[in-house]
Design a protein around this ligand. Structure first.
Ligand code: DGT
Ligand code: CA
Ligand code: CA
Ligand code: ZN
Length: 571
């Protein structure tokens, strides 16, 4: 079993247990699921090497859950899960994916109206029967229907961070084949989009049949749509479609360019070729006698058209072509440029690992400093910290800093912005922390101007250094709240507050907003918002997002070393 399959079962168990109103177990299963899903190494591999003991070393996995994982690895299923499913046979995953629908709602809907699937729920909600249930009203019925609409919009797309490790693994398997000379994943994956529709893999090979045999027989494959000498199409077990194309070596660069896209970028390039009297397609650039001029290398395609090679993250036809022609492309922030990670959660609130474990992992990933930013008291469900606990935590951090080498831990907090823009922690307590972020975790439905002013009031506080996840969206889960982002970007600049690019599933700010912030000269920061140590690596996706927003290293404050970073905070 693959990590995502194990994680999914653990997560669904947490939903079933929550439905049964079990007190602590749901959180334990949820934490294990989140941790396994973020692991890069195969859990089956970990088990093969070190048995159940090694499983227990995975963040968030204790003895009981380790035994469950062992059973899944050995038998391909889990008796405990099968029993839970039989008791309440509903599509718990699909139904709870609807914003605002939790396991308890699912239970009520099943008990009262026999609803098992999202389709049934949609039908019954449209008939107006949900609003008639006790504790439900017209508003909750409307919310359910708009939640279902939002899900439909994302249907068939996959969060890049969820599928990239597996795609890279497939790429490496192909690279190791003696028949494969070159391999790349093109398409939206290469552009590092937040979500991808399907994976477009390209190879060069003299023995394409062998490559196709291997590709279609991989254990990752669930279904083969088609298999031919130059193109095969499969559905992977995680639901993602993947195409593999075999390309002649002399056209590889042109094919890589073409299949990386995006479509609008390609159309614009083709127009430039036509203006020069040439033809551009996935085989190369051809002159008026139909003779190939270039095509072997991607750089040559761009050069021939009179421009610098364009990093894939920028290829959206939003000005990158004009910039490349004038040699004015940004010097994008690099994937190894971050030195710090300033939003990290621990066991002190809703995280899974200790302060020290998070620091050790961050150090392993090459970071020089982190900030511990647990939730504050208004976030009851996360066990938010009050002033006294924050002070205790700061002492604990000081102690760990003396024991640990090679990384510095800063004290901090993720402070809640209350409805009126005030904060749930006293200024005095905040003044004692090294770095403080604020965020909105409640009242998502305020009118736009009220929401905007609420946030601006919060960042005007001299103790607040960072605005965390500024628009509140979560990929495929939650729409952003209504907010005047340009006004917030300006306020951030005026108040010297740093705007976060949150690299978790929030992916907030998004690329367009980052570009606005860069142009306005506001400071940015990329944080993982990790709730377990396996999630720290998600910084990669925040960097990708920053690149898609045209950000350079100088725009992002945590590319600086600790000393210089501290100087960029409000004094
Ligand atoms: P996705 O899969 O929806 O996340 O997005 P992409 O960008 O991977 O799109 P996909 O898989 O449909 O096609 C891969 C690339 O192939 C796309 O980025 C550009 C190129 N392409 C596809 N269709 C066309 C087309 O009609 N014209 C041109 N010029 N290029 C195309
Ligand atoms: Ca694609
Ligand atoms: Ca495709
Ligand atoms: Zn949290």
């Amino acid at each position: 079993m693959k990590n995502f399959e194990i994680a999914k079962i653990l997560y669904n168990i947490s939903l079933y247990l929550e439905m049964e109103e079990e007190p602590f177990k749901p959180r334990a299963y949820e934490k294990a699921a989140r941790s396994v899903e973020a692991l890069t190494e195969d859990v089956s591999n970990i088990y093969k090497k070190g048995g159940i003991k090694a499983l227990m070393e995975i963040s968030g996995v204790g003895e009981h859950i380790a035994e469950k994982i062992e059973e899944m690895i050995l038998t391909g299923k889990l008796e405990y899960y099968e029993t839970l499913k039989k008791k309440i046979p509903v599509d718990i995953e699909g139904l709870t994916a609807i914003e605002g629908v939790g396991p308890k709602t699912v239970k009520t809907l099943y008990k009262k109206l026999k609803i098992k699937t999202v389709e049934q729920l949609e039908k019954i909600a449209k008939q107006g029967k949900i609003s008639k249930l006790p504790n439900f009203g017209k508003k909750s019925e409307e919310d359910i229907l708009s939640g279902i609409e939002f899900l439909k919009k994302n249907k068939g797309r996959f969060v890049l961070g969820h599928v990239l490790p597996q795609l890279k693994e497939i790429e490496e398997k192909l690279r190791k084949l003696p028949e494969v000379k070159k391999v790349d994943i093109s398409g939206s994956t290469r552009r590092m989009k937040e979500t991808i529709g399907d994976a477009d893999i390209l190879v060069v090979s003299d023995k394409p049949q062998k490559v196709m045999d291997f590709f279609t027989a991989m254990p990752d494959v669930m279904h083969i749509y088609g298999k031919g000498p130059t193109k095969s199409m499969v559905k992977l077990k995680n639901g993602l479609d993947a195409d593999l194309r075999v390309i002649p070596e002399k056209s590889y660069g042109a094919a890589l360019q073409y299949f990386t896209g995006n479509k609008d970028h390609n159309i614009a390039l083709r127009k430039i070729a036509i203006e020069k009297g040439w033809k551009l397609n996935e085989y190369g650039i051809f002159d008026k006698h139909n003779k190939q001029m270039v095509g072997r290398r991607e750089e040559e395609v761009y050069e021939k058209l009179g421009m610098k090679w364009i990093p894939p993250e920028l290829r959206e036809n939003t000005g990158e072509i004009q910039a490349a022609m004038k040699n004015k492309l940004p010097k994008l922030i690099g994937y190894n440029d971050l030195k710090g990670n300033l939003q990290i959660h621990t066991k002190w609130t809703d995280g899974t690992d200790s302060i020290k474990e998070m620091a050790e992992e961050a150090k392993k990933l090459g970071l020089e400093y982190i900030a511990i930013t647990d939730h504050t008291k208004n976030l009851g469900f996360a066990g938010g910290l009050d002033e006294r606990k924050l002070q205790q935590q700061k002492k604990e951090i000081e102690k760990i800093n003396k024991e640990i080498r090679g990384i510095t831990i800063l004290s901090g907090a993720e402070v809640n912005i209350l409805k009126n823009g005030s904060l749930d922690i006293s200024n005095k307590a905040l003044s004692e922390l090294d770095v403080v972020g604020v965020s909105v975790h409640s009242n998502f439905n305020l009118p736009r101007s009220e929401q905007t002013n609420r946030i601006i009031k919060a960042i005007e506080n001299e103790h607040i250094d960072i605005l965390f996840h500024p628009t509140g969206r979560i990929l495929q889960q939650r729409e952003p709240y209504e907010v005047d982002i340009e006004k917030i970007i300006q306020a951030a600049k005026d108040t010297d507050t740093i705007l976060e690019i949150n690299a978790s599933e929030r992916m907030d700010l998004k690329d367009d907003h980052i570009r606005l912030a860069v142009n306005a000269g506001s400071k940015l920061i990329i944080n993982s918002d990790a709730h377990n140590r396996n999630q720290i690596r998600f910084l990669e996706f925040g960097i990708a997002q920053a690149r898609r927003g045209w950000a350079e290293a100088r725009d992002v404050v945590n590319t600086r070393n600790l000393k210089r970073f501290l100087k960029m905070l409000k004094q």
